[in-house]
Design a protein around this ligand. Structure first.
Ligand code: ATP
Length: 235
């Protein structure tokens, strides 16, 4: 579904990611883990062409996307939930969801998808007339994920969904990610510092250090790897 081949990107004269190659297959949950500043968010931003791809190729469903405009990439079915959520604070919950469906005009299906996200997160239905900015951090994360689902993505990119949330809310968010993957047939590419939780729901994982992929494999293998346990799992 998604393939990066020797991708380089950065800021000014500094390369933040170097020769990054990875694959996401249809239906998988893939996680990219790594320390602060490793280059994880830059990888996601480059896939969406918010940060320019300076070398290499990015293909989504066999089509090169690294020179396409970000909105055209969204239209193809690739959507990102950015780090820090970036919901619209002065719009209501319902209006935030409407914005997620901005590029669509299939009214009936939009209504069905809104019912679906309300069923995933009943609290959002309860707060549908409330300003997004008045929601708790966990509720804002739910809203950001729901807004992205309203674009009907085939592949959902999630940047640190657990950031700043209480352990109970994190567990709930990770359960819902699994549910979206299974029920809604949405492929997931999950960037996380919370390696333990991420590897527990993922099929496969990639480890990033200093802008390079240094290790990859089935999630269960990475969880059992003693170097990973020491560096990322606190074992
Ligand atoms: P974190 O988990 O802290 O978000 P990350 O793995 O997502 O880290 P990136 O945010 O991709 O890492 O950062 C990779 C490198 O690029 C870091 O050295 C960072 O300082 C630098 N960087 C990120 N964004 C910018 C920017 N807008 N301008 C300049 N440098 C940046």
């Amino acid at each position: 579904m998604l393939e990066l081949d020797k991708v380089q990107a950065g800021y000014g004269n500094k390369l933040a990611i170097k020769d990054v190659s990875l694959k996401v297959e249809d239906g998988e949950i893939i996680t990219l883990i790594g320390a602060n500043g490793a280059g994880k968010s830059t990888t996601l931003m480059t896939i969406c062409n918010v940060v320019e791809c300076r070398a290499g190729t990015i293909k989504f469903q066999d089509k090169e996307i690294h020179r396409m405009a970000p909105d055209a990439i969204v239209k193809m079915g690739l959507c990102q939930v950015p780090e820090g959520r970036h919901i619209f604070p002065q719009l209501s919950v319902k209006e935030n969801l409407d914005m997620g469906a901005f590029l669509r005009n299939d009214k009936e299906a939009i209504k069905k998808d809104m019912d679906y996200v309300y069923s995933l997160f009943p609290i959002l239905y309860k707060r549908r007339h409330q300003d997004g900015g008045n929601l708790s951090g966990g509720e804002q994360q739910m809203l950001a994920m729901s807004r992205a689902l309203m674009a009907k993505p085939k592949l959902l990119l999630l940047d640190e969904p657990s950031m700043g949330l209480a352990p109970l809310v994190i567990r709930q968010i990770f359960e819902i990610i699994k549910q979206i993957n299974k029920e809604n047939n949405t492929t997931i590419f999950l960037v996380e510092q919370n390696a333990n939780q991420a590897l527990h729901i993922a099929d496969r994982g990639y480890v990033m250090e200093n802008g390079r992929i240094t290790l990859s494999g089935p999630a269960q293998e990475l969880l059992a790897n003693t170097d990973i346990q020491k560096a990322y799992l606190g074992i």
